[in-house]
Write a protein that binds this ligand. Structure first.
Ligand SMILES: [Zn+2]
Length: 164
């Protein structure tokens, strides 16, 4: 069952519901209705401006960003949403954390609300490395609908895999 993989950890009823939508071929319609707005963020420069604007609004004190860009190799489910390993580089005995925001290339074409959600997710990691309670409350502070949107993103990714 594809939904079980994309929605690991969610209540079984929700997984069943998603799988039904998928098998009945209603996922695309469902997503189009939930997430109608598009965006124009197609380049690394545009993404930088987009991220910087959100950062200025919510996380002005987090220090300047070292890197912002789209990344074609990033796997969203496993690397962005999945269980996080700490994103610090060990340099000698000193831990150095780079403030980098990498967004999977598929978000160029994704609905606007999902780009917003993933950028909020990555911005929250500037302060909280792990997916803990403080991390998610920071996400919710920046995007009150965060949890619903993360669920929608998982549906979207599931649909992308089906469409391949
Ligand atoms: Zn994460």
């Amino acid at each position: 069952m594809l939904a079980a993989r994309y929605l690991a950890g969610y209540p079984p009823e929700l997984i069943q519901q998603a799988e039904r939508l998928r098998l009945e071929g209603r996922l695309a319609d469902h997503l189009a209705r939930r997430l109608p707005e598009r965006h124009e963020v197609r380049s690394d420069t545009a993404l930088f401006d987009y991220v910087q604007a959100l950062k200025n609004r919510h996380m002005r004190n987090a220090g300047p960003l070292n890197f912002v860009g789209f990344d074609a190799k990033l796997r969203v489910l496993q690397q962005a949403l999945g269980t996080h390993t700490r994103r610090s580089q060990v340099q000698g005995a000193k831990l150095k954390t780079r403030r980098e925001i990498r967004v999977a290339t598929l978000f160029k074409e994704a609905p606007a609300a999902l780009l917003n959600m993933i950028v909020v997710h990555e911005l929250a990691h500037l302060r909280e490395l792990d997916h803990n309670k403080a991390f998610y409350s920071l996400c919710q502070h920046m995007e009150p609908d965060y949890f619903q949107l993360e669920f929608d993103l998982r549906l979207y990714l599931m649909h992308q895999e089906d469409a391949k």
